[in-house]
Design a protein around this ligand. Structure first.
Ligand SMILES: Nc1nc2c(ncn2[C@@H]2O[C@H](COP(=O)(O)OP(=O)(O)OP(=O)(O)O)[C@@H](O)[C@H]2O)c(=O)[nH]1
Ligand SMILES: [Mg+2]
Length: 347
């Protein structure tokens, strides 16, 4: 390794000289502000692999005469410089820190990254990976999956997010974990096909089936299914921005004993809408959040941020169209490993 020095009239110019000569991965050993009687400006010492052949190998002075640069190239160059400077000022935030890079790539907000860095300080673990895993997992509330007995759960949410498919997946998943019969109530009466399809599935799976168009019919349906260990209620899709339809749904579900609500949201939704929608449905009383379509989405930042900021337990995630395989309990560790793995966006 040899030391090679670069000068510029200021830090940007000196760093630009380093980048042009050695590339973005140059190892910066030291920077100095030079006294005026030494010519002023900034000197950067770098470490370079190789041997000294002549003095030109050792020192490089930036030419003050800059060629004409296109504004976009200048902007790109400025960004690259800022990146180099950040890497130098805070080596932990540089490219070497794969975890932060992965979180940034996924779209986790700076506020949440900062929360995680804070949690990392006290996180247990035998290595960096385990400590990150713990720091992330600890940010989530315990999973709000279905109770072992007597659960009555309504799946609510915007249209097309996967409420009905998830109800079928949940039944198959939970049937493996519990004894006793399962009942379904379809409130999706406006669309005959939807309730009809569900009734067909109920026949195939041996699930008790009821329909309900309003609150009093739902009350009766729940009473009829009172001997079922698990009852799932399918609701029609609502527009999260339409307060009236949300109020209507709240009226239908309110005050029905043990009935709880899971808000179903598609992972393929931008973060701002996700948080907005959680707040719209909050008036109904949310027991948990359930994210669907993880298989369709590459960037998990939006659901990660929502899960962290909404302060509502997560219950399940779905990640495909197979009713038998594509659902899992949303354990905090699962989220941690999904964002730590880079989610395929490391490149
Ligand atoms: N790729 C993928 N598709 C899914 C997933 N979950 C549901 N879908 C698909 O999403 C589409 C809509 O699913 P539904 O279950 O009908 O959605 P919904 O919320 O009941 O719709 P509405 O009743 O119209 O509000 C269907 O084509 C499902 O197969 C998932 O996890 N991954
Ligand atoms: Mg449906």
């Amino acid at each position: 390794m040899i030391h090679k020095r670069f000068w510029g009239k200021d830090m940007s110019e000196a760093l630009r000289a380093v980048r042009i000569s050695l590339g973005a991965d140059a190892l910066i050993a030291e920077t100095k502000n030079l006294d005026r009687d030494l010519g002023g400006g900034v000197e950067i010492s770098t470490l370079v692999e190789g041997e000294i052949r002549d003095e030109a190998d050792r020192d490089e002075v930036v030419s003050r005469a800059q060629p004409q640069v296109h504004p976009m190239d200048e902007l790109r160059e400025e960004l690259a410089l800022m990146k180099s400077m950040l890497g130098w000022l805070a080596p932990g935030l540089g490219r070497q820190n794969k975890v932060i890079k992965s979180l940034v790539n996924h779209g986790v907000t700076p506020e949440n990254i900062s929360k995680l860095l804070h949690a990392l300080e006290n996180a247990p673990g035998n290595n960096e990976q385990e400590r990150w895993q713990q720091a992330i997992a600890r940010q989530f509330p315990p999973p709000g999956d279905i109770r072992k007995s007597g659960e009555r759960l309504a799946l609510i949410g915007p249209s097309g997010v996967g409420k009905t498919s998830t109800l079928i997946k949940l039944t198959l998943f939970e049937s493996r974990r519990r004894e006793g019969s399962v009942g379904w109530v379809s409130m999706d009466e406006q669309r005959i096909n939807s309730a009809g399809t569900l009734m067909t599935y109920a026949g195939i799976l041996g699930v008790r089936f009821e329909r309900a168009g309003n609150r009093s019919e739902l009350k009766i349906a729940l009473e009829r299914l009172s001997d079922c260990g698990l009852v799932l209620v399918d609701t029609p899709g609502t527009n999260p921005r339409d307060n009236d339809s949300i109020k209507q749904l709240a009226k239908s579900l309110h005050g029905l004993g043990a009935l709880r609500c899971a808000l179903v949201l598609s992972a393929v939704t931008n973060g701002a809408d996700l948080l907005d929608w959680v707040n719209s449905y909050r008036t109904i009383g949310l027991h948990s959040l359930l994210f669907t379509k993880l298989d369709e989405c590459r960037y998990l930042g939006p659901i990660f941020n929502t899960a962290l900021n909404a302060a509502v337990p997560l219950s399940y995630i779905t990640f495909g169209q197979s009713p038998t395989e594509d659902l899992a309990v949303a354990k905090p560790e699962v989220f941690a490993s999904l964002v730590l793995s880079g989610g395929g966006c490391d490149d």
